[in-house]
Design a binder for this molecule. Structure first.
Ligand SMILES: Cc1cc2nc3c(=O)[nH]c(=O)nc-3n(C[C@H](O)[C@H](O)[C@H](O)COP(=O)(O)O)c2cc1C
Length: 200
């Protein structure tokens, strides 16, 4: 998402909370995008903790929540209702009122998983009606859709007002993209590589 925001013209800091002692303060930014992925029905614990700790500050500024998952690939309204419930639970538990929420299909990176995780993920996806080859990696993210979302977010009046206010004041701030895990970035760079290689 950070890469996508940069592509849309924002100055972005991409921070993985829980890595080292990363505990960025939302006040340093004009806007904050929080990206977390579902693992076993929960978002990353470090992300949960960070959002809960900074909920009051986040509620004072434009924010977006990106929920990365694979459930969205299932054409089953019950699964979508469940995904919504998981987002609502995260927001309720953390006390954060995100300005916007976006659900994004993530990746199945079989070659990065150990044998047990590979086996479990293959079983789950097959049960969900998605046929995959466990020797390959799959990126389901619709990057064009995500790019449109990022551009739309940066055009939101609240984001533009915050950017304008900080550039008129004591130095311009940046957009923070806070994520719960590194793989979404990996997926972004893989997609960028794929795009680059398809051009050559
Ligand atoms: C161990 C594991 C558990 C997962 N659990 C869920 C889940 O409960 N619901 C869902 O919709 N997606 C689930 N997913 C899909 C992930 O959200 C998706 O693969 C995402 O791209 C993972 O990104 P990350 O590796 O950057 O955290 C799971 C994936 C893995 C590997």
């Amino acid at each position: 998402m950070g890469t996508v925001l940069e592509g849309a013209g924002a100055q972005v800091d991409i921070i993985q909370v829980g890595r080292g002692r990363a505990d960025p303060s939302p006040e340093r930014y004009d806007a904050v995008v929080v990206a977390g992925s579902l693992h076993g029905g929960r978002y990353q614990r470090a992300l949960h903790r960070w959002v809960r700790r900074h909920a009051a500050a986040l509620n004072e500024q434009p924010t977006a929540m990106i929920s990365v998952c694979l459930g969205i690939l299932q054409k089953d309204p019950k699964v979508w209702v469940d995904l919504d419930a998981k987002i609502n639970l995260f927001l309720k538990e953390t006390g954060w009122q995100s300005s916007v929420v976006k659900i994004v299909a993530g990746a199945l990176l079989y070659t990065h998983y150990g044998w047990l995780k590979r086996w479990i993920m293959h079983r789950i996806t097959r049960k969900a009606g998605v046929e995959t080859d466990p020797t390959l990696d799959y990126i389901y993210t619709d990057w064009d859709d995500l790019r449109l979302f990022a551009e739309g977010f940066l055009r939101r009046p609240a984001v533009r007002a915050a950017t304008m206010a900080s550039s008129n004041g004591a130095g311009s701030k940046r957009t923070g993209s806070v994520q719960g895990s590194p793989v979404s970035r990996l997926a972004a760079s893989q997609a960028a590589r794929a795009a680059a290689s398809s051009r050559s």
